[in-house]
Design a protein around this ligand. Structure first.
Ligand code: SME
Length: 157
């Protein structure tokens, strides 16, 4: 399990040094990706609410054909439409699933939310079946919360 206190501490450190969300979003992806072998693809999508579309901000892992995903489509778009985090233990059993790679077996999406709005989401794919646990969810929620804290702050810049 990745050390959530370390990752959140790193992100807070960047904030205190004056870095903006762009740097935090990249650091979060890097830290999460390198923390666990079972995390084969890690990315952050940002919500463009005017267009109701998710845009891929940055990722590590194989390139994906899904650089943009309309809200309501895919696991990613459904998470936004339903305003809920999603753990998909078996992607073949999910009707909404948009495939990035045939190697992917399971996926987790955790929303970045603050100030009563959805800023985006952390999306993780694994080549292992049912790779994601409740512990992962709780840790990723803490990371998402730290990212949201910065994004809320930037609303008033
Ligand atoms: N599987 C996602 C698409 C994004 S890729 O995993 C990078 C979905 O169903 O929305």
């Amino acid at each position: 399990m990745f050390d959530v206190n370390e990752v959140v501490g790193e992100l807070q450190g960047l904030r205190e040094e004056g870095y903006l969300s762009d740097a935090l979003l990249r650091r979060a992806v890097r830290s999460i990706f390198s923390s666990e072998e079972r995390f084969d693809w890690v990315g952050i999508y940002l919500l463009r609410s005017e267009e109701n579309v998710l845009w891929l901000h940055n990722y590590l892992g194989d390139p994906t054909p899904h650089a943009t995903i309309p809200v309501g489509e895919g696991v990613c778009g459904m998470a936004v439409a339903n305003n809920e985090n999603i753990n998909v233990p078996d992607v073949t059993q999910n009707d909404n699933y948009l495939s990035c790679s045939p190697k992917v077996k399971s996926e987790m999406v955790v929303l970045i939310r603050g100030n009563d709005q959805i800023f985006g989401q952390i999306d993780i794919d694994s080549h292992q079946d049912a790779a994601f646990t409740d512990e992962d969810l709780a840790a990723l929620e803490e990371v998402a919360e730290k990212l949201a804290e910065q994004m809320v702050q930037e609303l008033t810049l």
